[in-house]
Ligand binder design. Structure first.
Ligand code: NAD
Length: 488
C-alpha cells in the first residue's frame, strides 16, 4: 500500500517509507510542520513500527550478498550516479529541507546539499583507492583485508538531515553494506527525496532503505534487531546511551556522533575583528549546530575590546524567513525545542547569570529566538555546562594560556574547539591540549572528508571520515601466509 505524494510548495514528496525499492505506507502517520509557520502542515508522514523495521531489515539482509559481491568498482558506478542525481536536484531538495527544518535556503542550495553529493562521490573513490596494508613479520607475509559487514542501521538527527544522513550512509554503502536509514521525525522529508534519487539511480532493491517514524518506536526496533551488523548514530548523548546499550546487548559495532559544547578561545594576539565576526557566525542556523564554539573564552586584556566588536557583529544578524536571502537567523526547529532553549535562558536569568545581549524570544507566534550572549556567574552555571543547541553563547574571561585550557576542558563534551591566535606555536601548543575531536585555529567548519571526525567524552564514540569510516563499516581480516609458501 502506498500513500499519494504530497505537494510541498511545488515539490512532490512521498510521505511513505522506502523499503526494498518500493514506497510503503504505514497504518498510522505523524504530522510534519514547518518551523517557518507552525500552522503550516507539510505532510502526514508514515509512522513506522516494528513491522516496517522488520521489512526493512529483511530487505537489507537479502540485498546484502549481491551488493557486497559487486566490489568497489561495481558499487562505485551506482554511488557516482546517485551523486550526479543529487547535484541535478539541489534546488528542490534545498527548498523542501528549508521548509522542513528552516535552515537557510541559500546555504542549503549553495553548500549543504551539494556536500551530500560529495559524500557519495568521495566515498566511492576512497573505497576504490584502498590499498591493503601488506608487510612481513614473524616469518609470515601479512595483509589486511576489508570485508563488507552486513545490514547497517543509520539513525540521524533533525539538523542538516540530508547532509548528515549522506555522510553516514555513503561510506556504509561504499564498504558494501546495505543500509536502513531512520531520519529524525522533526525533519523527515529531504531523506524521502533522496530515496526518489536512489530509485532513479537504480540501486538494487533493498540496498538503501528509509523508514520514517519515532525514535522510541521504529528506531528502537531497528537498533535492537539482532540481524543488524553495524549501527551508526548521530544525535544527543542521551539517545546515544540508549542505542549504545542495544548495540552492546547484541555485540554490534556502534559509532556515535553526539552533542557539543565547544570552546571558542580568543587570545590577546588574535585578529579581534576576524575573531568577533567568526564568533557571531556561531548564531547561524539559530545555533543548532553541534560543532559550534558556544563557550567564548576571551583573554582578560582584550575582553572589553572583543565584546564591543562581538556586539557589532551580532547586530548585523537578520532574523527572518529562511527563504529570504537577507535572513541570517532562522527560527528554531520545533515549539518543544524552542521551550527548551528558552528554559535555559530563563533559568540562567533566575540563577543570576548576566544576559549581556539578546535573551528573548522574538514573537510568541514564531519560533525565532534572539542571538544571546550570557556572562555566567561561574563555570558551573548550567548554560556553560550543558548543550543548549540554540542561538545562545556564554562569555568568560581567562588570565593566561593554562587557565584557557583548563576552562576549555571543563565540560563533559569534546566535539570541537575554535582558537583565535596569531601565533603558530601557541596554536600547536594549545591545540594539543584542548580535548576535542576537531580543533580549528583561525577558521571554522573547514572540512577534509578524509580526516577523522568524532567526539571525546560524551561527544561521541569512534571516528568517521575517510578510511576511519570505511574501516568501521568493514570487518577487517588479517591474512597471514607463512613465508616461502609456494605459488601455483
Ligand atoms: P536525538 O538524540 O533526540 O534524536 C536523534 C535520532 O535518534 C532521531 O532520529 C530520533 O528519532 C532517534 N531516536 C530517539 N530515541 C531513539 C531510540 N530509543 N532508539 C533509536 N533511535 C532513537 O537528537 P536530536 O534532537 O534529533 O538532535 C540534536 C542532537 O544531535 C544534539 O545533541 C546535537 O549536538 C547532536 N548532533 C551531533 C552531531 C555530530 O556530528 N556530533 C551532528 C548533528 C547533531
Amino acid at each position: 500500500m502506498t500513500s499519494p505524494r504530497v505537494n510541498v510548495d511545488g515539490v512532490d514528496v512521498s510521505p511513505d517509507h522506502f523499503i526494498n525499492g518500493r514506497r510503503v505506507a504505514s497504518k498510522h502517520t505523524f504530522e510534519d510542520r514547518s518551523p517557518l509557520d507552525w500552522t503550516w502542515k507539510l505532510a502526514d508522514v508514515a509512522r513506522g513500527t516494528s513491522l516496517e523495521a522488520d521489512l526493512a531489515v529483511r530487505a537489507a539482509l537479502t540485498a546484502f550478498p549481491p551488493w557486497a559481491a559487486l566490489g568497489v568498482d561495481g558499487r562505485g558506478v551506482f554511488l557516482d550516479r546517485l551523486a550526479n542525481l543529487i547535484d541535478d536536484h539541489i534546488e528542490s531538495i534545498a527548498h523542501v529541507e528549508c521548509l522542513d527544518m528552516a535552515m537557510l535556503e541559500d546555504s542549503l542550495r549553495l553548500r549543504v546539499i551539494a556536500r551530500g553529493a560529495r559524500n557519495f562521490r568521495a566515498y566511492a573513490q576512497l573505497a576504490r583507492d584502498y590499498e591493503a596494508r601488506r608487510w612481513s613479520s614473524n616469518g609470515t607475509d601479512n595483509v589486511v583485508l576489508r570485508h563488507s559487514a552486513g545490514p547497517t542501521v543509520v539513525i540521524t538527527p533533525w539538523n542538516a538531515p540530508f547532509m548528515l544522513s549522506t555522510w553516514k550512509c555513503a561510506p556504509a554503502l561504499a564498504a558494501g553494506n546495505t543500509v536502513i536509514l531512520k531520519p529524525a521525525e522533526w525533519s523527515p522529508l529531504s531523506c524521502s527525496l533522496l530515496m526518489d534519487l536512489v530509485d532513479e539511480a537504480e540501486l538494487p532493491p533493498g540496498v538503501f532503505n528509509v523508514v520514517q517514524g519515532f525514535g522510541e518506536e521504529v528506531g528502537a526496533a531497528l537498533v535492537n534487531d539482532k540481524r543488524v551488523r553495524r549501527i551508526s548514530f548521530t544525535g544527543s548523548p542521551e539517545t546515544g546511551r540508549i542505542i549504545g546499550e542495544a548495540a552492546a546487548k547484541n555485540l554490534v559495532p556502534f559509532t556515535a556522533e553526539l552533542g557539543g559544547k565547544g570552546p571558542f578561545i580568543v587570545f590577546a594576539d588574535a585578529d579581534l575583528d576576524a575573531a568577533a565576526e567568526k564568533a557571531a557566525v556561531m548564531f547561524d542556523d539559530a545555533g543548532q549546530v553541534c560543532l559550534a564554539g558556544t563557550r567564548l573564552l576571551v583573554e582578560e586584556s582584550i575582553f572589553d575590546a572583543f565584546v564591543a566588536r562581538l556586539r557589532v557583529a551580532t547586530s548585523q544578524h537578520v532574523l527572518g524567513d529562511s527563504r529570504d536571502a537577507s535572513t541570517t537567523i532562522s527560527p528554531l526547529i520545533h515549539p518543544e525545542h524552542f521551550s527548551r532553549v528558552k528554559g535555559f535562558v530563563d533559568r540562567a536569568r533566575a540563577h543570576g547569570d548576566t544576559i549581556l545581549f539578546g535573551g528573548d524570544e522574538v514573537s510568541h507566534q514564531g519560533l525565532w529566538f534572539q542571538p544571546t550572549v550570557i556572562e555566567p556567574l561561574s563555570n558551573n552555571s548550567e548554560v556553560v555546562q550543558r548543550e543548549i543547541f540554540g542561538p545562545v553563547l556564554t562569555l568568560q574571561r581567562f588570565a593566561d594560556e593554562d587557565n584557557a585550557v583548563r576552562l576549555a576542558n571543563s565540560t563533559p563534551y569534546g566535539l570541537s574547539a575554535v582558537i583565535y591566535t596569531s601565533s603558530h606555536e601557541r596554536a600547536e601548543r594549545v591545540g594539543q591540549k584542548v580535548l576535542a575531536g576537531t580543533v580549528w585555529v583561525n577558521c571554522f567548519l573547514v572540512r577534509d572528508l578524509t580526516a577523522p571526525f568524532g567526539g571525546i567524552g560524551i561527544s561521541g564514540i569512534g571516528r568517521e571520515g575517510g578510511d576511519y569510516a570505511l574501516d568501521f563499516y568493514s570487518d577487517l581480516t588479517t591474512l597471514q601466509i607463512k613465508e616461502g609458501t609456494t605459488h601455483g
